[in-house]
Design a protein around this ligand. Structure first.
Ligand SMILES: CC(C)(COP(=O)(O)OP(=O)(O)OC[C@H]1O[C@@H](n2cnc3c(N)ncnc32)[C@H](O)[C@@H]1OP(=O)(O)O)[C@@H](O)C(=O)NCCC(=O)NCCS
Length: 198
């Protein structure tokens, strides 16, 4: 995947990188990005929202990276802002029969609050729907993760259901929304929708 133009024109009607803050683009995760990922994946404040333990050695990450280089069920991107690593977005569990995938995002704390989550999510949806021709992208989010829910609503995700006490994080069980967006909803959206209300 490395070296491919990840944000090819997804076709008429799709929202593109032009919606992003100036200088933002998604690019394929490279091996030399793993120290950055390592920092994020050991941050308990971040990983509690991913419902994962903040414990991962760099060598473990490198091993995972090497094993998954040819794994067609995932696409991992760095959010690049003017050459700086600002976060990660991922399409994982890509299913080529049902044509769906799970979406995940982290914006580095130094870059939060600038609209990057919504812009990077939109760019990842351009790739999912306009390049991979997926039918549906879904995610699971802590109901109390208001910033994430807001960013997802702005990019067209809707709540499909609420999972009661689905995950254990920060000392207690958490309710989580499953949210999703369909290809036709993303490709048919007015680009201005990103600036409008949920
Ligand atoms: C969630 C996360 C991705 C948001 O990143 P971000 O770049 O700061 O988000 P954005 O700036 O694009 O937008 C956040 C939105 O939430 C709003 N917001 C901020 N704090 C809020 C709050 N307490 N309640 C409701 N909305 C809030 C912002 O105003 C903004 O909405 P707007 O664009 O309509 O003004 C980031 O905080 C993060 O990486 N968190 C840790 C990992 C995580 O939670 N990932 C998602 C797992 S499902």
């Amino acid at each position: 995947m490395a070296g491919l133009p990840l944000l090819r024109d997804p076709g008429p009607g799709a929202r593109r990188a032009l919606m992003a803050p100036t200088g933002m683009r998604l690019r394929a995760l490279e091996r030399d990005d793993l120290a950055f990922v390592h920092g994020l994946s050991n941050d308990s404040g971040i990983m509690s929202y991913w419902f994962e333990e903040p414990y991962e050695a760099l060598v473990e990450l490198q091993g995972i990276y090497d094993r998954h280089i040819h794994d067609n069920r995932e696409r991992r991107f760095v959010i690049d802002l003017d050459g700086e690593r600002a976060g990660l977005v991922e399409l994982v569990e890509i299913d080529y029969i049902h044509r769906n995938a799970e979406f995940q995002i982290i914006v580095h704390p130094d870059f939060q609050g600038r609209g990057l989550a919504a812009a990077a999510t939109s760019a990842a949806l351009d790739h999912a729907f306009g390049v991979l021709n997926l039918h549906k992208v879904y995610l699971v989010v802590d109901v109390e993760n208001h910033r994430a829910v807001r960013a997802y609503e702005r990019t067209g995700f809707v709540v499909e259901g609420t999972l009661r006490e689905e995950y254990f994080a920060s000392g207690r069980y958490r309710d989580a929304h499953r949210m999703a967006i369909l290809q036709r909803d993303h490709l048919g959206r007015d680009p201005e929708g990103l600036d409008g209300g949920a």
